[in-house]
Design a protein around this ligand. Sequence first.
Ligand code: GRF
Length: 223
Amino acid sequence: MTTTRRSRLVILLSGSGSNLQALIDAINGGVIEADIAAVISNKPEALGLKRADDAGIKHAVIDNLQFSSRENFDQALCREIQIYKPDLVILAGFMRILTSKFVENFDGRILNIHPSLLPKYPGLHSHQKAIDAGDLNAGATVHFVTSKLDGGPSVLQAEVPIYQDDSAEVLARRVLTKEHQIYPLAVQWFCAGRLSLVDGKTYLDSVVLPKYGLTFTDTTTEK
Ligand code: GRF
């Protein structure tokens, strides 16, 4: 009998952790074959830490305010992550820019979710930027992390409409519901060995993905 090893995940966050919750739920529901080895926050007060605690997942705080430089913080973070020997590092609302050195340590093994249809609106305030630009659609993108901020190769995007009276908060909530669908899906692909980053290109089932990743529909998943 062959048994496939379950992937080990380390999740980094800074805030509410609703994406963490979506991943926990997908693992508990048997959708993702993986275990969350640890959740690490740079903010002691992050609600995501409570979610980890409630789910019986190990968690730690590496507070960036305790470090004199980005490099020192990244080194400490890297050491903490390596304790758990992850197959995949997942940024789930982790509000720190990582140094290239950090990214090199986990090359091809870091995913992020960004609340815009990249390459539009990298960085902060993406919902407000989409509203201000008069865009008809907003969305979210799962992408591999490289040293370019929100600029690594895309895997999967989901769109939502922008309505005329939307505030950034209302739009963010609409986008989040899609995030909770596409992030577990992309993580599932990675853990099943279907998704990879090779020489700067993203492959799903050995096929190179389109430049901005696949577009999610409710049937994107199946295989
Ligand atoms: C999400 O909108 C994600 O796209 C962005 O940060 C937010 C995190 O939300 N990177 P949560 O903490 O997962 O609720």
